[in-house]
Design a binder for this molecule. Structure first.
Ligand code: S3P
Length: 167
């Protein structure tokens, strides 16, 4: 199986931990689009949002998605908003299988409420913001090849399910 495995889903859905574990079990390289954006720009994502705006970040994210999608046999841990630009999913599907890690807004909120580096959640009502973004993005996430239940605190279930799907 030389196809890439791309993980999409809301922030806090467990993409990074699951990507890391898949990388170990499958002995494959893991790349995180957020890390590549930060490395290219020499700035943390919340700083890019602040100094240059979200549109600038999204363009950079698409460039990175396009580049990593040319590789083979890697695990791609995608930023939560990649689905907002339709061609991103197209790039990811060219050489890859896309998995949507689904977790409810409340589960997501519980997981990320104490994190301070999320630019989109620096608002008075973060749960309301998560619910609104979730509703807006759900039809886009549903364009993944597979949906994986990622509500449980343990990553074992989603990891095994993904491994079974790519067998
Ligand atoms: C974003 C999610 C973040 C990061 C940026 C925007 C989003 O990635 O790309 O803050 O729009 O949902 P994670 O999902 O890895 O936290």
């Amino acid at each position: 199986m030389n196809k890439n495995i791309a993980l999409i889903g809301f922030m806090g859905s467990g993409k990074s931990m699951i990507a890391r574990e898949l990388g170990i079990r499958l002995k494959r390289d893991v790349v995180a689009t957020d890390d590549l954006v930060e490395a290219r720009e020499g700035e943390a994502i919340h700083e890019i949002f602040k100094s240059k705006g979200e549109a600038y970040f999204r363009n950079l994210e698409t460039e990175i998605i396009k580049e990593v999608s040319l590789r083979r046999g890697i695990i791609i841990d995608c930023g939560g908003g990649v689905v907002l630009v339709p061609k991103n999913l197209k790039f990811l599907k060219t050489n890859g299988i896309v998995f949507y890690l689904q977790a409810t807004p409340l589960v997501i909120y519980q997981r990320i409420k104490n994190e301070k580096h999320r630019p989109l959640l620096k608002v008075p009502d973060p749960l309301g913001c998560i619910e609104a973004l979730y509703q807006q993005r759900l039809p886009l996430y549903n364009q993944a090849d597979y949906t994986i239940d990622a509500n449980d605190a343990s990553i074992e279930g989603p990891v095994v399910e993904i491994l079974n799907k790519i067998k």
